[in-house]
Write a protein that binds this ligand. Structure first.
Ligand code: ARG
Length: 267
């Protein structure tokens, strides 16, 4: 059987020297040593159940650690990111090179179609792509994903600046479960979610949990890895057959990212 395969990038050059989302504040210092330890702990925890590949970090590109944004990958095909913000655009060739060198079929979107990879596109229940738009990703990119992968894409608008990528407010889990923060969507988005995800499979998180990045979770088999998982959420997940690994990713939250943002599932 295929062991899960995850792409990460070490935080050697991680810091916050620009602000492109409301979590980021250039006046709040990142503890770089602590960031390295937190990243290493995440890597080690995931390594028990998954193979980890690494794309090199690069000076001047602090957000390269957030490999979730590198691309959207299904099978051997990778649609490479087109970052909305100029600060992150120089990351694109790094990711593109990694995918080419590792034998993936690379798809490049037009320069003016912004798309932030698996930060804004997630596979739900092996049959649907749930994709976010407006803040970072253009809805045009969603159409392209449907064409490339032959799956319907449900486009969900992200109206709230703190929830700027869909992976900070929604997380598909195995067996059709869905973890999400309802407050991050508009009424129409919620209707779309409700129409496609059976009630007993929906797991809602509170605003407090959402702000601790509960939805920015990585699932490997039946284990869910996330920042500071609350006792309530741990119990709710346990009842649905999931174990949890709670981590401290405080330094990455200063950049608006957590466990899921630091990983990209490759299979
Ligand atoms: N500072 C990064 C940005 O604003 C954080 C990216 C987090 N990644 C994610 N998949 N949500 O782009």
């Amino acid at each position: 059987v295929n062991r899960p395969h995850i792409l990460m990038s070490p935080p050697d050059h991680f810091e916050v020297f620009y602000a492109i989302n409301p979590w980021m504040d250039v006046k709040i210092a990142v503890d770089k040593q602590l960031a390295k330890r937190q990243w290493q702990e995440l890597r080690e925890a995931l390594s028990e159940q998954a193979d980890i590949s690494v794309v090199d970090s690069a000076p001047g590109l602090p957000d390269l650690v957030f490999t979730a944004n590198a691309a959207f990958v299904v099978g051997r095909k990778a649609v490479i990111a087109r970052f909305k913000n100029a600060e992150r655009q120089p990351e694109e060739p790094h990711y593109e090179r990694w995918f080419r060198e590792n034998g993936f079929e690379v798809v490049l979107l037009p320069r003016d179609t912004s798309f932030e990879g698996a930060g804004d596109a997630l596979i739900y229940d092996d049959r649907l792509i749930l994709a976010g738009y407006r803040q970072r990703t253009d809805v045009l990119a969603h159409q392209r994903l449907s064409q490339e992968f032959g799956l319907p894409t449900l486009s969900l608008e992200l109206p709230h600046p703190h929830f700027y990528h869909i992976d900070v407010c929604l997380c598909p889990l195995p067996r059709g479960h869905l973890l999400y923060y309802p407050g991050a969507f508009d009424e129409y988005g919620l209707r779309v979610i409700h129409a496609n995800v059976p009630e007993e499979k929906r797991l809602e998180v509170s605003i407090v949990e959402a702000r601790q990045f509960a939805c920015n979770a990585v699932s490997v088999g039946n284990t869910v890895f996330a920042n500071q998982i609350s006792a309530r959420l741990r119990e709710a997940l346990r009842r649905r057959g999931f174990q949890t690994v709670s981590l401290n990713l405080s330094e990455f939250i200063k950049a608006g990212g957590s466990a899921k943002c630091l990983t990209l599932r490759l299979n």
